[in-house]
Design a protein around this ligand. Structure first.
Ligand SMILES: Cc1cc2nc3c(=O)[nH]c(=O)nc-3n(C[C@H](O)[C@H](O)[C@H](O)COP(=O)(O)OP(=O)(O)OC[C@H]3O[C@@H](n4cnc5c(N)ncnc54)[C@H](O)[C@@H]3O)c2cc1C
Length: 290
């Protein structure tokens, strides 16, 4: 391994210049819980590592006047979990983030890192997508915003251009009568990679009819999936058995998983339907309690 330059800029512009000017691979360091493992395993060989944790914007979690949240890309899961406001408004996002690793990992693991590591099984990603989160990206051409589901391009790959990084995320204001949830299946009780992960966010009217829904699956394709047919299956219903069967079928139909030691194609596909049902039930229950 050649020597690696380590930089710790204090502004977004400085970080962009470092990323843009780097010869070869340049990597952002947030919590380092993926990056350092990959470095030690010689899976990556960056020329420059840019630690973004001294940039204030990446470290702030703010509830805005309109009820939305701005979440710095390097905020750690443990910090978010301690906040009563976001935990009450978006329990699905927080429970997905909180599933990442152990207590030690939680003290470091960021949403930016979980997303940009681009594992198809990243736990926070389906929950972020279901909640309608967007990423605020800084780069040589200025700032741009992309829906979270547009960030990953495949395992280990993102759609970020040279010099770009995610500064923060927008999480919309919680809709009235809205609820969200995330569930994953792992072969062990904790500290494992999802066989399937599923996030859902929905709203109900006063009669309990679903008025809007977004359902997302992880670990069943190269990138996170938005399952529009699953949302269509339940919008306008009170989650009667037929609607739940149609939702289950839509989740299964969307899957294009791999076979590996954690699960076969058939198993992952079946589990996607089961998790879809369960996660929607939890989200609806939460929405009904608003
Ligand atoms: C013991 C252990 C258990 C784990 N368990 C889980 C688990 O249960 N579920 C799960 O999903 N993951 C798990 N992980 C993986 C890891 O902890 C998460 O993916 C975590 O969220 C990564 O965040 P980080 O801040 O540490 O990222 P880093 O390691 O700092 O970065 C990860 C990658 O993203 C890039 N990156 C980081 N931030 C940005 C940004 N703002 N803009 C652009 N690129 C960026 C980095 O360059 C790097 O390539 C586990 C890891 C360990 C070591």
């Amino acid at each position: 391994m050649e020597s690696i330059q380590f930089r710790k800029p204090e502004t977004v512009d400085e970080a962009v210049k470092l990323l843009q000017g780097a010869d070869g691979d340049a990597r952002i360091l947030a919590g380092g819980t993926d990056l350092l493992v990959q470095l030690r395993a010689h899976m990556i060989d960056p020329g420059v590592i840019v630690d973004i944790k001294s940039i204030a914007e990446t470290r702030e979690l703010t509830k805005n006047d309109d009820g939305s949240y701005t979440i710095g890309a390097a905020v750690a899961g443990a910090e978010a979990h301690e906040r009563d406001d976001i935990t009450a408004d978006w329990p699905g996002v927080i429970e997905a983030w909180d599933l990442i690793g152990s207590t030690q990992i939680q003290g470091r693991a960021s949403l930016g890192g979980n997303l940009c590591n681009a594992s198809p099984a990243g736990d926070s990603v389906p929950a972020m997508v279901a909640a309608g989160m967007t990423a605020n990206i800084a780069g040589p051409d200025g700032r741009r915003t992309l829906p979270v589901e547009k960030i990953t391009a495949g395992p280990g790959k993102t759609n970020l251009k040279k010099g770009e990084f995610i500064v923060s995320f927008n999480l919309p204001a919680k809709p009235s009568n809205g609820g969200d949830a995330y569930l994953r299946l792992i072969p062990r009780t904790e500290m494992d990679i999802a066989v399937v992960g599923c996030g859902a966010a929905l709203t109900l009217d006063e009669s309990g009819t679903v008025t809007s829904a977004k359902i997302s699956l992880g670990a069943v394709a190269a990138t996170v999936l938005v399952v529009e047919d699953a949302a269509k299956a339940i919008i306008g219903t009170k989650l009667e058995p037929e609607a739940m069967s149609a939702l289950d079928a839509a989740c299964q139909a969307a899957c294009n998983p791999i076979d590996d030691k954690r699960g076969t194609v058939e198993y992952r596909t079946k589990v996607a339907g089961v998790l879809g049902r369960r996660v929607v039930s939890i989200a609806a229950n939460r929405a009904g309690k608003n």
